[in-house]
Design a protein around this ligand. Structure first.
Ligand code: MIG
Length: 754
């Protein structure tokens, strides 16, 4: 209690601990098999190989043999490239592809060069450890260059100069710059310079810390256990590093189209009547809607895979009825299983030994919503299958999407989570919770997504998760947890979403309107404007807060909120096409400016503007009472989406944006496919092509398929490429067999002769 007052900083409380680190040096022996270099050091062992021309794996285990198995996250670690090895008194020289790796034998300092240029360099000592078996890996960094990544973190986009740790944590307290441990762990950073980008993926699931603060020219990564296990990606720019990183950890699969529509949620809509009422209002006000969420109150005593039949007596009919109106229902599913022998999920889980246990074999119990609960050991593939199959309860009702919460896992106790000495059984490999904690959410997402895939047959599932680890994008969309209805949190959501995207997680969003604390009409409008261009778009708020559905603040606010929900649907063809691109390339939907303009230092720290895909720039108002803001438009020509005014890039502009206006700019040369007004994504849209004139030619894409099935894997898609040159003739090339393509109803060239 007192710790939250000035008592926390009493002089007598300062306790400067001197930490002793031991360096790992000298290559004592080595073995080269033509692809993999292994060897012994002053303490422990090391291993180096390349999985492709631009990705090197370096493992150092100061305590014994290196573990070379690829983790669940690093699923793309399958190849080993061949090379040659040379040696002199001082160093080992590995030539692999175009890379020269130089390992100084005495210090174990390592660098990678290409055509004489240093691409990567460790510091000395490169590796160290301490008496608690923490391991340290130090590399050189440029004091002035930005560092991105680390997934879901608070603060601005550039992390250089800060110290950031990773331990999946449920944080209800207001998130701020110091709240670095949130729900996700993605131990990956991208160090960017105008001439090159380097990705460092530290694939160690223990609690980790990235220290980019203590020394201006050094990045030290610490893990509280395990080994130094890094993948170093040598890219020429940001895009290439993300491509390499998502080749390793996986890409975001194309989601069902309905999951890209507008979703309405609240903790909680507590009865079937309330759910119906919400949907009726959307209809009455003619606001597009794709999905309503059911938070924990739908359940019988917070038992997952049940309904409260007092509050939802006709839940089966309810879901069917909404399905007929093309509205999906997504229920929440938490991992905690109520300790109650009359509850079949608990009974079965106990009988089969599927809950997480201590070494003694005793089940771990922790308190969450349902009271004392047990926690499935998702690390085990039998448990994953069992869990997946349990979802038949939902899919039989017609449900096609699941929301996973509390999967850090969050427990109501002092440590906020499971005991660290619980042992998870990853198919025979036993790991402590201390090591596996950050993976719990990832494995739950895997179980959920793969279970739904089986149950839905040929349908694409939607899964949304709060906790995760690197690679989570393969299974789930991510929302950024319990933000608040604070302007600062609206502002922070931009760099947070951009850094998630730079860390491979493309399908993301923050609770629109803010989750806890009370929103205001103005904040709701501005937040809906931003939400409309986020990969995932859901309005959600906490139980005792003011209601924040689009109509909650009267007709004027409603009109503005509705305008932006409608705009989301107008941009749906562009967005869906982008998701298709993401599945292929791994590149995010929402991008920082630096991704498209890597040579322009003006973009390096831009936290308050986003690019949606490569051509659309959104510069929202993020402060109350403001109707003007400065907007940086990178090189080239840009058009204001609303006024169609032309702007020269490479400089700042003062833009006027009253409460009803979100500044949106389209790059000259873009062919933008927009869709006609619809009630939701299940209705077919007509297409309008807006062609933003450029003397250098114009181009755009439109990806279409049935929006739901996997038939597109078998060619049932249509990818149209539109091109226009000086003759102003529109040429269309089409790939794929999908025939029910939308009709193009209108083509307009913007900016001609202006
Ligand atoms: O706060 O299920 O982040 O979205 O509404 C406790 C209730 C648990 C946290 C989630 C929030 C959700 C809430 N949950």
């Amino acid at each position: 209690m007192l710790e939250t007052t000035s008592y926390a900083i009493l002089p007598s409380k300062v306790n400067r601990k001197v930490e002793v680190r031991h360096a790992v040096t000298s290559v004592n022996s080595y073995k080269w098999d033509g692809k993999v270099l292994t060897g012994t050091l002053s303490k422990g062992t090391f291993c180096i190989y390349f999985i492709n021309d631009k990705t090197m794996r370096l493992i150092v285990n100061p305590f014994g043999e290196v573990d070379t198995a690829a983790s669940i996250a690093a699923a793309g670690d399958t190849e080993r490239m061949s090379g040659t090895l040379e040696e002199n008194d001082r160093s080992l020289y590995l030539q692999i592809g175009e890379n020269e790796v130089i390992i100084e034998k005495e210090s174990f300092r390592l660098s990678v060069k290409k055509e004489g240029e240093v691409l990567f360099q460790t510091d000395t000592p490169a590796v160290a450890y301490n008496s608690e078996k923490h391991v340290y890996f130090s590399i050189k960094k440029n004091p002035d260059s930005p560092i991105y990544g680390l997934g879901e973190k608070s603060g601005f986009i550039n992390k250089n100069g800060s110290k950031i740790s990773n331990w999946n944590t449920d944080v209800y307290a207001p998130h701020n710059k110091d709240t670095v441990e949130l729900y996700q762990t993605i131990p990956f950073v991208l160090m960017h310079e105008t001439t090159k980008s380097t990705g460092i993926y530290f694939d160690n699931t223990f609690r980790t810390e990235f220290d980019m603060q203590s020394k201006t020219d050094q990045l030290t990564i610490m893990a509280e256990g395990g080994q130094v296990n890094t993948y170093i990606m040598l890219g020429q720019d940001v895009k290439e590093v993300i491509t390499l990183y998502t080749r390793l950890t996986g890409k975001t699969p194309l989601p069902p189209k309905w999951s890209l529509g507008y979703h309405q949620s609240r903790y909680s809509y507590t009865s079937q009547d309330e759910v119906k009422d919400i949907v009726t209002r959307f209809k009455d006000f003619e606001i597009p809607l794709d999905c309503v969420f059911l938070d924990i109150h739908y359940m019988d005593g917070f038992r997952v895979f049940t309904f409260d039949e007092d509050k939802f007596p006709q839940y089966k009919e309810l879901i069917k009825e909404l399905a007929r109106e093309n509205i999906d229902v997504v229920p929440i599913v938490d991992p905690g299983i109520k300790k109650d022998v009359d509850y079949p999920v608990y009974y079965e889980g106990m009988k089969k030994g599927y809950f997480s246990k201590y070494l003694s074999g005793e089940v771990y119990y922790g308190e969450v919503w349902p009271g004392i609960s047990a926690f499935p050991d998702f690390f085990n593939s039998q448990v994953q299958e069992w869990w997946g199959e349990l979802h038949r309860f939902y899919t039989d009702l017609g449900i096609r999407g699941i929301w996973n919460d509390m999967n850090e896992p969050s427990v109501f106790n002092e440590s906020k989570t499971m005991d660290l000495d619980v042992i998870h059984n990853a198919d025979g490999k036993e790991i402590t919770h201390r090591e596996g904690h950050n993976l719990y959410g990832l494995y739950m997402s895997k179980a959920t997504f793969e279970g739904l895939q089986k149950l839905l047959g040929n349908g694409r599932p939607f899964s949304l998760t709060r906790a995760g680890y690197a690679g989570v994008q393969r299974y789930s969309a991510v929302w950024t947890g319990d933000n608040r209805s604070h302007w600062e949190h609206l502002e922070m959501s931009l760099p947070m979403i951009m850094n998630l995207g730079l860390s491979g997680v493309a399908f993301t969003g923050a609770d629109v309107g803010g989750f806890s604390s009370d929103t205001t009409p103005e904040l709701l409008i501005r937040w809906t404007q931003v939400g409309a261009f986020m990969p995932y778009f859901r309005n959600h708020s906490v139980q005792d807060s003011i209601y924040q559905e689009p109509w909650a603040f009267g007709m004027e606010t409603l009109a503005s909120v509705k305008k932006y929900i409608e705009l989301r649907y107008r941009f749906m063809p562009y967005l869906y096409s982008l998701f298709h691109e993401t599945e292929k390339t791994g590149l995010p939907i929402v991008r920082p400016l630096v991704m498209e303009y890597p040579n322009d230092p003006e973009t390096f720290q831009c936290s308050d503007q986003i690019l949606v895909g490569g051509q659309l720039l959104v510069a929202p108002i993020l402060r109350p009472g403001q109707s003007h803001r400065s907007v940086y438009l990178p090189e080239g020509t840009w058009y204001d989406f609303w006024t169609r005014e032309k702007y020269e890039g490479g400089k700042y502009h003062l833009i006027v944006a009253d409460l009803d206006t979100l500044p949106i700019f389209i790059k000259a040369g873009t062919i933008l496919p927009l869709g006609s007004a619809v009630k939701n994504t299940k209705e077919k849209q007509d297409i309008e092509l807006q062609i933003y004139h450029s003397e250098n030619g114009m181009m755009g894409y439109l990806y279409e398929d049935d929006g739901y099935s996997y038939d597109y894997h078998d060619g049932e898609f249509s990818l149209s490429t539109f091109k226009m040159g000086e003759d102003l003739e529109l040429r269309t090339e089409r790939e794929g067999f999908y025939t029910e393509v939308a009709s193009i109803k209108n083509i307009e060239i913007i900016g001609l002769n202006k």
